[in-house]
Design a protein around this ligand. Structure first.
Ligand code: 4AD
Ligand code: MG
Length: 475
């Protein structure tokens, strides 16, 4: 017989070319046998949906047929027919089966309903399950949405270095990069490590953010965005933190606080709308199997205006709630960094929609944020708050962190000195304020936090193929 070209399952399920001979290749999800007929549900990753293969055991090598179990990889040639049974549009009447790879009874992904914790041990195989297939297809689609949004709005994709000598967030959570012999470290006379003979001739680390270099791009190209991996050695073993995560960082010249908040809301709604339009089947699956409130929550965010809430007013609301009997684990006095329980209370219980919190105390934010000149209202203290914005989401807490940048050379220097940030490493950054400084703003979206929100998954380790967390760098 003439070789038949392979068709993907996603295309076969949409096809009406009944009675044509087709070839499909994929992995067996289930195999049910009876005397007269076998049913094989086959999936090739192109869609959450399986195609049903109907096999007449007398037509094929029955010994071989019996060996085809869940997880096996096969190639089937047969006739595409309109399905008799409920639940699928078409099925394939099998003519011949070729086995690519059998799958033993010890296949770790065999059973249904295994816990996500169990599956994390098999991150190399969990990708073949329905849930992880859906999550990974949605992850891809969100990356496409991000590039499309910025491209259509005139932003340039700008690549910033992963190896850097500066700590953008100043939180001291960087992973060092070195080729030095750690078993025999050369020290200077005063006992410090001598980096002069290290690969870069100085101490370097993996970046926690592309923002500083992003600002160089924005103050030349007008509007840029970065989209790449970032690394943080923060020892927080939470369902919201990874040591290696992807961040999207737009940076825009001539953007002020109002423009920044408008961009944050418009951008994130665009991504959610994209998911609802492009990932219907996967979302329907997750809505049924993982989180019955998922699609309603996505639509809810699309249909609501985000609250703009100054930090000082947020603290007032939280304290009022405490006075009325609400219990929180962590304190929330003016000046405290909000914990995710506070953020979620404001979003999920108080306002019941996303909140953009603004005008934070300067002491809990990074050095580059623009200092508020005037009394920022609601008891805010002049000169003590900054034009930072955190976008807070239901289920997630902080999904975006951004700010207007301090464009005054003197004020920025003041902060750098007050915080003891090593100046010699920052001169290139300060040049943006020295030569043609301009007002500008930007933000960082945690890509995995967006995927958490869009998929309804509960743990950030389950929305990236191979998570990196404290004590875990498997695969
Ligand atoms: O709020 P962050 O620290 O902001 C910055 O890094 C700025 N330089 C961004 C900018 O203005 N260009 O981080 C931004 C976002 C957070 O809101 C959160 O969604 C995500 O990155 N994020 C993490 N996601 C996963 N694991 C972690 N450990 C994360 N830390 C931050
Ligand atoms: Mg933040």
């Amino acid at each position: 017989m003439e070789k038949v070209k392979r068709t993907k399952v996603v295309d076969l399920l949409k096809s009406t070319a009944y009675d044509s001979i087709v070839n499909v290749k994929g992995w067996v999800r289930t195999h049910r046998s009876s005397k007269a007929v076998d049913f094989i549900a086959l999936n090739d990753g192109s869609t959450i949906n399986n195609i049903q293969i109907v096999v007449d055991p007398s037509k094929v090598d029955e010994n071989q047929l019996r060996q085809i179990t869940t997880g096996a990889c096969i190639s089937v040639v047969g006739t595409l027919v309109e399905s008799q049974g409920a639940g699928q549009s078409v099925e394939i009447q099998c003519e011949s089966i070729e086995i690519y790879g059998l799958c033993g009874g010890d296949y770790p992904m065999q059973k249904k309903g295994q816990s996500f914790e169990y599956m994390r041990q098999y991150a190399h195989l969990r990708l073949r399950t329905n849930t992880f297939g859906a999550v990974m297809r949605i992850r891809h689609n969100m990356a496409m949405a991000i590039h499309t949004y910025f491209h259509e709005h005139g932003y340039f994709y700008f690549n910033t270095p992963l190896i850097t000598a500066s700590d953008c967030e100043g939180a001291g959570q960087m992973f060092q990069v070195t080729t030095k012999n750690l078993y025999n470290l050369k020290k200077t006379e005063d006992g410090k490590i001598d980096y002069s003979d290290d690969f870069f001739g100085k101490q370097t680390s993996l970046t926690v953010s592309g923002q500083l270099e992003g600002e160089l791009g924005a103050t030349a190209l007008g509007a840029i965005y970065t989209f790449g991996p970032t690394f943080r050695a923060e020892n927080s073993n939470t369902p919201r933190h990874l040591a290696e995560f992807w961040m999207v960082e737009p940076e825009v010249a001539f953007l002020d606080m109002d423009g920044l908040m408008e961009l944050e809301e418009d951008f994130i709604k665009y991504c959610i709308r994209w998911a609802l339009e492009h990932c219907k089947d996967d979302l329907a699956f997750l809505n049924k199997m993982i989180d019955k409130g998922l699609i309603a929550r996505l639509e809810g965010v699309l249909n609501s205006d985000f609250v703009h809430l100054p930090y000082t007013e947020g603290i007032r609301i939280l304290q009022e709630a405490i006075a009325n009997g609400k219990k929180f684990e962590f304190p929330c006095e003016w000046g405290d960094d909000l914990a995710s329980e506070h953020e979620r209370f404001l979003v999920e219980e108080h306002f019941k929609r996303p909140v953009i919190m603004t005008n934070y105390p300067k002491a809990i934010k990074a050095f580059y944020m623009k200092i508020d000149e005037e009394e920022s209202g609601f008891g805010g203290k002049s000169g003590q708050t900054v034009q930072g914005t955190d976008v807070l989401f239901p289920q997630i807490g902080e999904i975006i962190g951004g700010s207007v940048r301090e464009e005054s050379y003197d004020k920025l220097m003041g902060e750098i000195e007050a915080r003891n940030i090593p100046m010699k490493d920052m001169s290139w950054y300060l040049d943006t304020r020295k030569y043609g400084s301009c007002p500008h703003a930007g933000f960082g979206l945690g890509f995995e936090r967006l995927i958490l929100f869009v998929t309804g998954m509960q743990n950030i380790r389950d929305v990236i193929p191979f998570p990196r967390t404290p004590k875990n760098a498997e695969f």
